[in-house]
Design a protein around this ligand. Structure first.
Ligand SMILES: Cc1ncc(COP(=O)(O)O)c(C=O)c1O
Length: 432
């Protein structure tokens, strides 16, 4: 289904949809149709030609107006939770309303739509529908990969020293219960180049290593990993390669087929800007026998990766919204969005690099970074930088310890990115 034809009817035939909703209220049908028509119109308006990251002729302002962020407020934390654009939020509200007016029949309609969503998500990440489970978030996907894999006591798992708790703590707890060994691969941050990371993984492999599981990009640092080379290295040693892709989806373009990894987990609520509560688990076809589901409700196991999403009742409106946000994203264009996130990120990194006492943890190399920048100032706690930006510049960033993480995405502006540079300059020179 193309974005132009994105109507709920278009997905699983208008007649079929109306037929299935016959037990629902007429008001529900009219409301849904209106919502879908408005949504399709919005997609038309955000579609553009030629707008790059920098000189946009007003295009990005138009896109920005589709978001509900307050005027003047700079939200620079897509890395935790992206804002949902209004048309997608409106569509989701309509799905929730339908759940309320006729819970059973309308949720069955949504449930019947899942295969179409699975197909769309599969195309978006470069996989086949049989390899895709619709989960609730990255953590659920990481957990299934970790707990479902057929490992034996003494087997070793490689993660990096920079993993998010979602991967690290899941691995550590499970390893403790099962007698597995988790090794944290060490390399400097930022690494000088991708080879540094590959060499560190190669050096950590032993005859007992069974799987490597790393973030790409590493969430706290925005460091893009050499996923394909690491997958090749893993396979050359008969090791599996799993990726925590919480920050990849929606930030930059990639294809799981090209990466060649065996497992991948992500969400729709960070860089894709969907609703919190829908995610993806990819398990390569020939690895599915080795990864068991952690939940099961059907007597006959569903085919392919569907066996990993047996969740019984779930918030279907959130799942439905996954498709809408992919359509919204695709209407703008993944390449255009990546270019914009990268241009804003590079603007921040270049500006910060010129300030004495600033330490940047994110690689400057464009092949290893995109919309995330993590940086600190010698002698200034991260919490102080965070509060300074919040109070003086109406800018939200997360931060603690000795640094903050700045997420710049397509709805942000260069003016907002510049606030970060100004704040760092002021704090580094002792003004606060
Ligand atoms: C690298 C990384 N992995 C996993 C997660 C958890 O993501 P989710 O909320 O989708 O479970 C995060 C959240 O910030 C993250 O940064």
């Amino acid at each position: 289904m193309t974005p132009e034809t994105h109507t709920i009817e278009g997905g699983f035939s208008r007649r079929g949809f109306l037929g299935r909703l016959a037990g629902g209220s007429t008001a529900a049908l009219v409301g849904l149709t209106d919502t879908r028509t408005a949504f399709a119109g919005t997609l038309q308006s955000v579609r553009a030609t030629g707008a790059d990251g920098r000189s946009d002729g007003g295009y990005w302002e138009k896109v920005r107006k589709q978001f509900m962020l307050e005027d003047g407020f700079a939200y620079l934390n897509t890395g935790t939770l992206g804002p949902t654009p209004r048309p997608v939020w409106e569509a989701m509200n309509e799905y929730w309303r339908l759940m309320a007016v006729n819970p059973n029949e309308n949720s069955a309609v949504f449930q019947n739509h899942v295969e179409q969503i699975r197909t769309k998500v599969a195309a978006f990440v470069g996989a086949t529908p049989d390899e895709i489970a619709i989960t609730r978030n990255t953590t659920e996907g990481n957990t299934i990969l970790c707990q479902g894999l057929d490992l034996a006591p003494g087997d070793e798992i490689l993660i990096t020293a920079y993993e998010h708790a979602s991967n690290r703590e899941t691995q550590m707890r499970h390893a403790k219960r099962r007698g597995l060994v988790v090794k944290e691969v060490q390399f400097p941050m930022p690494p000088a180049n991708p080879q540094v990371i590959i060499d560190a993984f190669a050096a950590a492999i032993t005859p007992k290593t069974r799987v490597m599981h790393f973030g790409n990009p590493l969430g706290g640092y925005g460091c893009i990993m050499p996923a394909k080379q690491l997958a090749d290295l893993a396979h050359s040693k008969k090791i599996l390669c799993f990726v925590d892709g919480a920050h990849a989806t929606g930030m930059f373009q990639f294809s799981l087929k090209e990466w060649g990894v065996d497992g991948f987990a992500c969400n729709s609520h960070k860089w894709l800007c969907g609703a919190a509560g829908a995610g993806v688990l990819f398990v390569k076809r020939d690895v599915q026998e080795r990864v068991a589901p952690v939940m099961g409700i059907y007597r006959d196991e569903p085919a392919g990766a569907r066996k990993y999403d047996q969740l019984s009742r779930r918030p279907w409106p959130t799942v439905m919204t996954f498709e809408d946000i992919i359509d919204f994203h695709t209407a703008i264009g993944s390449a255009r969005i990546e270019a914009r996130a990268r241009a804003l990120g590079e603007f921040v990194r270049t500006g910060l690099a010129a300030i004495p006492k600033v330490k940047i943890y994110t690689p400057m190399d464009p092949a290893m970074s995109c919309g995330t920048t993590t940086a600190g100032i010698d002698g200034v706690p991260g919490a102080q930088i965070r509060e300074y930006l919040r109070q003086k510049y109406d800018t939200y960033v997360p931060g603690g310890s000795d640094r903050i993480r700045i997420s710049t995405h397509y709805f942000n502006t260069f003016d907002q990115a510049d606030r970060v540079i100004k704040a760092y300059r002021e704090l580094a020179s002792g003004v606060s």
